[in-house]
Design a protein around this ligand. Structure first.
Ligand SMILES: Nc1ncnc2c1ncn2[C@@H]1O[C@H](COP(=O)(O)OP(=O)(O)O)[C@@H](O)[C@H]1O
Ligand SMILES: [Mg+2]
Length: 220
């Protein structure tokens, strides 16, 4: 489903070059739950951004369903980001002026779904993550764990095959982190492919496969 070949990303900072990713070869098949673990600065977020078509490599390739993403134009990449992949970030990235149901419905707006239908779907998704009684709360009126569950519901709004989560439990306490992992594990049981970045070994242990990174390289 996802494959990287010799994936390399170099950031140039003045005279120095940082290899954020250095020849990464990774294959993830449909239905897997993969944890990517490694110290801060090892390239985890860069890898997720490449897999999620949010950024482009310096060299090497990312294949999604056997299509080399380098051959796609901006519109086609946007379509993959919108339909195939759901993103969850450490900082939740919710829109603070919108309530929970409007946040979850936002990607459906960009997909052209009618207002009544997108609000209905958003409410169902919030119920599925245990927030049916918080639909009209704004992010500031929700706890960190609740905000992250809103973000998970939003990531699911276009029914993606792959869910990518970058340190989703990084800003919540460990009990809330476990609840968030319960939700991700449930999504995996429903057949979704999950890729989660973490530096917490206990969180990683919940995945079916762990990939370690260091200095931009994937360790065996
Ligand atoms: N936009 C950027 N510009 C310059 N260097 C960057 C940029 N993004 C990441 N890096 C560098 O690339 C390396 C990997 O970063 P990152 O993928 O964020 O690591 P991780 O998510 O594992 O903490 C780090 O050394 C970081 O400083
Ligand atoms: Mg990171």
């Amino acid at each position: 489903m996802i494959r990287t070949e010799h994936l390399t990303k170099i950031y140039r900072m003045g005279d120095t070059e940082v290899y954020a990713l250095n020849d990464v070869n990774l294959e993830i098949t449909e239905g897997e739950f993969v944890a990517v673990i490694g110290p801060s600065g090892s390239g985890k977020s860069t890898l997720l951004n490449m897999i999620g078509c949010l950024d482009t490599p310096t060299s090497g390739s990312v294949y999604i369903d056997n299509v080399n993403t380098a051959t796609l134009n901006e519109n086609q990449l946007a379509e993959i980001r919108r339909k195939k992949i759901g993103f969850i970030f450490q900082q939740f990235n919710l829109v603070h002026t919108l309530d929970a149901v409007e946040n979850v419905a936002l990607p459906l707006f960009f997909s052209g779904v009618r207002r009544d239908l997108r609000l209905k779907k958003a409410k169902e998704l919030l119920e599925s993550v245990g927030l049916g009684n918080r639909v009209h709360h704004k992010p500031a009126e929700l706890s960190g764990g609740q905000q992250q569950r809103v973000a998970i519901a939003r990531a699911l709004s276009n029914d993606p095959e792959v869910v990518i989560a970058d340190e989703p439990t990084g800003n919540v306490d460990s009990e809330t982190g476990n609840t968030i992992m319960d939700v991700l594990q449930g999504l995996n049981k429903d057949g979704r492919t999950i890729i989660v970045v973490t530096h917490d070994p206990e969180i990683a242990a919940r995945a079916t496969r762990t990939q370690r990174m260091r200095d931009g390289k994937l360790l065996a």
